[in-house]
Design a protein around this ligand. Structure first.
Ligand code: AMP
Length: 223
C-alpha cells in the first residue's frame, strides 16, 4: 500500500502544511528539502555553511547538492517500499529527470501541484511566521503570539521581500518546464490551493485517491 508522491507549488501555497498532513495520513516518509537544508544551516554543519547564502537569498541550491541530500534521505529500501512524499523536490526539470534516472520508472506515482495565484501567496508570505521549535507555520503576527507547542514565533530568514520575489520568479522560470514534463508523463494533477487548510487537504486527498489506486482504500475508508 505504498504511495510515492511529489508535491509542488509556489512558496506560500501551503505545501509544507499539506505535505505533513498527507504523509501522516498515508503513513509515508516526508522528505522536505527546505526543512533538511534549514536544519543543516541551524546546526552549522559544513553543508549548512555551503548552502546558507543560496537559501538566504532565495536562490536554488545547486542540483548536485540537492540530489545528494535526497539520495541520502531516500537511501533505505524500506523507505522506498513503504512510500514517500517529496516536498520541494524536484524543483527543476534536471532534478525531476535525475529522480527517475536514479530510482527508475516507479520513482513517483503522482505529482500534485497546489495552485495558488501569485497575489495570494505574496500576501501569505508577508504575514508568515514559523515556530522556532517545531517549524509549524502560522499567520498570527501579534507580537506576543506563540505556537500551539509553546515555542516562540519568528519570520523565516528568507521571508524578506527581495528573497520572496526571487523565489517566486524562480518557481515560474524553473518549475514551468518541470510541470510540462510531468504532465507529458501523465503524472501531474493540479489542486486548487485557495481556501482553508482543511478544504485544501480534502481536495488533495481526493486527487490522490482518484489517481493512486493502491492507497484509495486507506484514504476513503473503503476497501
Ligand atoms: P522551501 O522550504 O521549500 O521554500 O525551500 C527553502 C529554500 O531551500 C529554497 O528557497 C532553496 O534555496 C532551497 N531549496 C529547497 N529545495 C530545493 C531544491 N529542490 N532545489 C534547489 N534548492 C532548494
Amino acid at each position: 500500500m505504498a504511495a510515492r508522491l511529489i508535491v509542488l507549488g509556489r512558496q506560500g501555497a501551503g505545501k509544507g502544511t499539506q505535505c505533513a498532513r498527507l504523509a501522516e495520513r498515508l503513513g509515508i516518509h516526508h522528505v522536505s528539502t527546505g526543512d533538511l537544508f534549514r536544519k543543516e544551516i541551524t546546526a552549522g554543519t559544513p553543508l549548512g555553511r555551503d548552502i546558507e547564502r543560496y537559501v538566504a537569498n532565495g536562490e536554488l541550491v545547486p542540483d548536485a547538492v540537492v540530489l545528494d541530500v535526497v539520495a541520502t534521505n531516500l537511501g533505505g529500501t524500506e523507505i522506498r517500499r513503504r512510500g514517500y512524499l517529496l516536498d520541494g523536490f524536484p524543483r527543476t526539470l534536471a532534478q525531476g529527470q535525475a529522480l527517475f534516472e536514479v530510482l527508475g520508472a516507479d520513482a513517483a506515482d503522482l505529482a500534485i501541484e497546489i495552485d495558488v495565484p501569485i497575489d495570494v501567496v505574496v500576501a501569505r508570505l508577508g504575514s508568515r511566521r514559523v515556530c522556532v521549535d517545531c517549524a509549524t507555520p502560522t499567520s498570527d503576527t501579534a507580537p506576543d503570539a506563540r505556537c500551539a507547542c509553546g515555542g516562540a514565533l519568528h519570520r523565516r530568514p528568507d521571508d524578506h521581500p527581495e528573497a520572496i520575489a526571487r523565489r517566486l520568479s524562480l518557481y515560474d522560470e524553473q518549475s514551468g518546464s518541470l510541470l510540462l514534463w510531468l504532465d507529458s508523463q501523465a503524472l501531474l494533477v493540479s489542486v486548487d490551493g485557495v481556501g482553508e487548510p482543511d478544504e485544501v487537504h480534502e481536495r488533495v486527498v481526493a486527487a490522490v485517491a482518484s489517481r493512486v489506486p493502491e492507497v484509495r482504500g486507506l484514504l476513503t475508508g473503503h476497501g
